[in-house]
Design a protein around this ligand. Structure first.
Ligand code: ZN
Length: 138
C-alpha cells in the first residue's frame, strides 16, 4: 500500500470565501501515483471547511446568506467565544459546512458524481491556513 501526504496553503482576500481546490487535489493524486484507493482532504483549522458541492457562483452566494442567517458575524458580542477573538460565527459556520471530504480513487481519477467539486470554505480568512491531503491506496 502506498501513502501520500501534502499540505496546501490558502490565504483569502476576504473574511469569507469559497475556493475550488479540485485542481490542487488532482495534482496531488498525479504526484502520488496511486490508481485505486481513497483521498482524504481536510481543513487544518477550526474556522474553515472542506466540502463537496457545485462550482456555481449563485449557490456560493446562497451559502453566504444562509450561513449569515444561522450564525451572523455581527454583533460580535452575541457569542461567548468572542472575548479576545471575533470569530465565534466562523467556528459555527465551519461546524455546519464540515471539516473534511473522502473521495474514492478509481483508475487514477477522483471518482466524482457529475457536478461534484471539492471546495475550501473560509469563514475567518485574510491569513495563511492549511489543508491536508492524505492519499492511501496502490
Ligand atoms: Zn475562535
Amino acid at each position: 500500500m502506498k501513502s501520500y501526504r501534502k499540505e496546501l496553503w490558502v490565504n483569502t482576500n476576504k473574511r469569507r470565501e469559497y475556493i475550488n481546490i479540485t485542481p490542487d487535489v488532482n495534482k496531488c493524486l498525479v504526484e502520488s501515483g496511486i490508481k485505486e484507493g481513497f483521498v482524504l482532504v481536510n481543513a487544518m483549522h477550526i474556522t474553515a471547511s472542506v466540502f463537496i458541492n457545485d462550482d456555481e457562483p449563485g449557490l456560493h452566494h446562497d451559502f453566504e446568506i444562509w450561513l449569515e442567517k444561522l450564525a451572523p458575524e455581527k454583533p460580535h458580542n452575541q457569542y461567548k467565544h468572542n472575548g479576545y477573538e471575533d470569530n465565534g460565527d466562523a467556528h459555527l459556520k465551519r461546524q455546519v459546512m464540515g471539516r473534511e471530504v473522502l473521495v474514492a480513487i478509481t483508475d487514477g481519477k477522483l471518482d466524482f458524481g457529475t457536478w461534484e467539486q471539492i471546495f475550501y470554505g473560509e469563514y475567518d480568512g485574510m491569513r495563511k491556513k492549511r489543508v491536508l491531503v492524505k492519499i492511501i491506496g496502490e
